[in-house]
Design a protein around this ligand. Structure first.
Ligand code: HEM
Length: 432
């Protein structure tokens, strides 16, 4: 099948492909997405500009942008016509020959995906998640206790970034003394397109080298853990992963290494960004913070859905059409890349009333922050919600006078990211 078609369809005159577009704020980008939803919900665009893979090498023609929640769900739930394996499920173009390692679960279709998902599911079984939740609650308390009365500090470094990495570490059994370097490598991967990272690259190291170094480090860590559990099995997730026959064989070192790379990003930065955005949003809406505190246990789970919708930490993913399909009268040809813009789906006024308004009292409706459903729907959704519940219980009750400054936006990486958030926490213990 031809993956890079020519001639390509007429290009939409609203551009969403440049690095400049993705450097603007979420609200500025949303003006374009609103226009697309209303006027061209399925539109063709040139390939995303990517500092790692210049246009001269990737040879991609472009992609279809799907901007309505309904279409994002349709494609996400239809893996036979929209593959994650045929092309790559990411919007930035890939250079020929990439990736150099075996595909992760995100990059597979059934039946291979089903096998790997079953293997990974052992880490998300109810008993495991229950035990993990107890640990999450203890960790959340310790994290917030450390900053009570701390004065001015960066909320991202001291609070938002801590719990997700500790949770993934607890999940797979990363030793305490390696947790920080695990998180650092994961963050380096997510932040690699930010101009600050590009400026700080060591002399003679290209962005591709830098990326490979982080991936190599994380894979090595996974292999070490896997080998340790094969030698000394324990009652934990890693032991189950390396000893159970789930893909017609037990998972090998490479499988485990790739899982570590995926978890370091998928399980780490997403929850971190949701936390940072929500702290900003609740500070801007004290009446909602008070409403939540009036009945925290009764209201938090509904509120979390709005935290996620509003933050939409993962901005987009992609699929490749396996056959010709028509969506809203537009013919998508086999081999075409299709971008799923969760950031747009979560502002779709046909699903959410006043979609641009942060409103934790809104009735439950289906956001696409965890994907549009289907086989790749986020496997860590329950774990992410457990973290948000535990952390906001602590933040709201123990940091009553938190003053929240201006967030600094993370650029690139397909994330709605905040890289720094200055805050001040006094010693007061009264509730908000
Ligand atoms: C706020 C937090 C999170 C958000 C917004 C989020 C978002 C997503 C999205 C959009 C996808 C892709 C869905 C698709 O392609 O249809 C995904 C997949 C995935 N997520 Fe999450 N995620 C979060 C937390 C987590 C956590 C905590 C973990 C693990 C500890 C995790 C592990 C995964 C994995 C392994 C996949 C791949 C699943 C598959 O391909 O079958 N995520 N997530």
């Amino acid at each position: 099948m031809k993956l890079h078609r020519t001639p390509h369809p007429p290009t939409c005159d609203r551009e969403i492909s440049s690095a400049e577009f993705w450097s603007s704020s979420f609200a500025e980008r949303e003006e374009t997405f609103r226009w697309l939803r209303e006027n061209a919900p399925v539109s063709w665009h040139p390939p995303l500009e990517d500092p790692e893979v210049p246009a001269s090498v990737h040879g991609e023609a472009g992609f279809w942008a799907l901007t309505l929640a309904e279409d994002i769900s349709f494609v996400s739930r239809n893996h036979e016509e929209f593959s994650s394996e045929l092309g790559m499920p990411y919007l930035p173009p890939r250079a020929p020959g990439q990736p150099t390692m075996a595909p992760s679960i995100l990059e597979l279709d059934p039946p291979r995906h089903t096998d790997y998902r079953r293997a990974l599911s052992s880490a998300f079984m109810p008993k495991t998640v229950r035990l993990l939740t107890e640990k999450i609650e203890q960790r959340a308390e310790q994290i917030v206790d450390r900053v009570v009365g701390a004065g001015s500090f960066d909320f991202v470094a001291e609070v938002s970034s801590k719990l997700p990495m500790l949770t993934v570490a607890d999940l797979v059994g990363i030793p305490e003394d390696q947790i920080n370097s695990f998180a650092e490598a994961g963050n380096n991967l997510v932040e690699r397109h930010d101009p600050e990272t590009l400026e700080k690259l060591p002399a003679g190291v290209t962005l591709q080298d830098w990326t490979n170094q982080q991936v190599g480090y994380l894979m090595g860590m996974g292999v070490e853990l896997a080998e340790a559990r094969r030698a000394r099995p324990a009652d934990d997730v890693m032991t189950r992963l390396v000893t159970t026959d789930v893909v017609g064989r037990t998972l090998n070192n490479e499988d485990i290494g790739i899982m570590m790379v995926l978890l370091s990003v998928a399980g780490n930065d997403t929850t971190k960004q949701t936390t940072s955005h929500t702290v900003v949003n609740l500070a801007r809406h004290p009446e909602q913070r008070n409403w939540l505190l009036e009945d925290f246990d009764g209201r938090i789970m509904g509120a979390i859905e709005e935290f996620l919708r509003y933050a939409t930490p993962v901005l987009h993913f992609a699929r490749t059409a396996t056959r010709d399909v028509t969506i809203r009268g537009t013919e998508i040809t086999a081999g075409d890349k299709v971008g799923l813009f969760y950031c747009s789906g979560n502002r779709d006024s046909t699903v959410f009333s006043d979609p641009e308004k942060f409103d934790i009292t809104r009735p439950p409706s289906k956001h696409v922050a965890f994907g549009g459903g289907g086989v790749h729907y986020c496997i860590g959704a329950g774990v992410a919600k457990a973290q948000l519940r535990a952390l906001f219980r602590q933040i709201l009750t123990k940091l009553p006078d938190l003053e929240v400054g201006e967030p600094e936006q993370l650029i690139g990486g397909g994330m709605n990211g905040i890289k720094r958030l200055p805050v001040t926490a006094g010693k007061a213990t009264a509730r908000w």
